[in-house]
Design a protein around this ligand. Structure first.
Ligand code: GUN
Length: 310
C-alpha cells in the first residue's frame, strides 16, 4: 500500500522518501484549526511550558523550535531557561509551580540535564496529566499495558508510528518490526506502540548478536542508536519501511572546507536502493516529534476540561 504523496528519493533510489516535514506541516495546520475551535467553543487555550536547563546548543535549537511551533498553533507558550548550575530544588520548585498553574496543560523538561540533576526525579515530578513527553511512570505503564485512552505517548515514537501507519496502514499484523536501540525515550515505547498494532517486535541493542541478520528479517526498521550511517543497504529486506530517528552531527569536507552536517543512523542512499520507503535526516522524524508534542498538549488541554480525545 503506497498511501503517501511523498516525493521520490534521489534519482537512483527505488524507495519513497517519507517527507516528515510535509506531514508535520499538514498535522500542524489541523492542530491550529482545532485550537481555534477550542477557543471559540470553550474559551480554552492550550498552554505549553518548556523548561531548559543549561546551554547545550542542540537542546537550545530544539526548544526554540518547540516554542515557535506552539505559538504558530495558537497555544499559550512559555519557556523557562534555567542556569546550567541550577540545583535540583530550583528545578523541582519550578515544576511544582507549573503543575499548579491552570493556564499550563503540558510541561516538558528538555533532556539531557546537567550532571548535578537526577533525570528520574525531575521527570517523575511532572504531574502525569501534564506529562506531554510521556516520561512519567504512570504514562509508561498505561502505554505498556495498552491503556492509552488518557495516556501520553512519547513524542518521537508517536511520530514514527504516524509515518509507519501512513505507509502500511494501521494494522501491522504479520509484519516483523525491528527496533534498534532500547532507550526509554524511543526504543522501548516504540516497541510498545508497534506491538499494540499487532506487529511482531524485536528490540535490539549494542549487545545483540548478528545485528544485520536480525534487521534483515524486518518489514519495519526503526533505528534509534545515535551512530551515524550505521544501517547499510545490505541490512535491509527488500520492500521494508525504514524510520531513522538518529540525529548525528558529523564533520565532512566540502570543496576542501571542513563543514558540519546532520546525518541519521541509516545510510540513506544505500537503504533507499532496497527499501520501499525511508525517512531522511533532516526532514523526517524531527519535525514529526515536534508536532506530536503539540498534539499531546492539545490533548492535555481537552482532557483537563473533560472534553473528548481520540
Ligand atoms: N531530548 C531529546 N529528545 C527529547 C524528548 O523527546 N523530550 C525531552 N524532554 N527531551 C528530549
Amino acid at each position: 500500500m503506497r498511501r503517501l504523496t511523498a516525493k521520490q528519493g534521489n534519482d537512483m533510489s527505488k524507495a519513497i522518501r517519507i517527507d516528515g516535514k510535509a506531514m508535520a506541516a499538514e498535522l500542524s495546520a489541523k492542530i491550529t484549526e482545532e485550537t481555534a475551535a477550542l477557543l471559540q467553543d470553550h474559551g480554552l487555550v492550550p498552554g505549553l511550558a518548556v523548561v531548559i536547563i543549561g546551554e547545550d546548543p542542540a537542546s537550545q535549537v530544539y526548544v526554540r523550535n518547540k516554542k515557535r511551533t506552539a505559538e504558530a498553533c495558537g497555544f499559550h507558550s512559555v519557556q523557562h531557561s534555567l542556569a546550567e548550575e541550577s540545583s535540583q530544588e530550583d528545578v523541582l520548585a519550578l515544576i511544582d509551580q507549573l503543575n499548579n498553574d491552570e493556564s499550563i496543560h503540558g510541561i516538558l523538561v528538555q533532556l539531557p540535564l546537567p550532571d548535578q540533576l537526577d533525570e528520574q526525579t525531575v521527570t517523575q515530578a511532572v504531574a502525569p496529566h501534564k506529562d506531554v513527553d510521556g516520561f512519567h511512570f504512570i504514562n509508561i505503564g498505561k502505554l505498556t499495558s495498552g491503556n492509552t485512552a488518557d495516556a501520553f505517548v512519547p513524542c518521537t515514537p508517536a511520530g514514527c508510528m504516524v509515518m509507519i501507519e501512513q505507509h502500511l496502514g494501521k494494522d501491522l499484523s504479520g509484519k516483523n518490526a525491528v527496533v534498534i536501540g532500547r532507550s526509554n525515550i524511543v526504543g522501548k515505547p516504540m516497541a510498545s506502540l508497534l506491538l499494540q498494532e499487532n506487529a511482531t517486535v524485536t528490540i535490539t541493542h549494542s549487545r545483540t548478536k548478528d545485528l544485520p541478520d536480525v534487521v534483515r528479517q524486518a518489514d519495519i526498521v526503526v533505528a534509534a542508536v545515535g551512530r551515524p550511517n550505521m544501517v547499510g543497504g545490505d541490512w535491509i529486506k527488500p520492500g521494508a519501511v525504514v524510520i531513522d530517528v538518529g540525529i548525528n552531527r558529523i564533520e565532512v569536507t566540502v570543496d576542501g572546507e571542513p563543514k558540519s552536517k546532520l546525518t541519521g543512523d541509516i545510510d540513506y542512499d544505500a537503504v533507499c536502493e532496497v527499501a520501499a520507503a525511508a525517512t531522511p535526516v533532516p526532514g523526517g522524524v524531527g519535525p514529526m516529534t515536534i508536532v506530536m508534542l503539540m498534539s499531546n498538549t492539545l490533548r492535555a488541554a481537552r482532557l483537563a476540561s473533560g472534553l473528548s480525545v481520540d
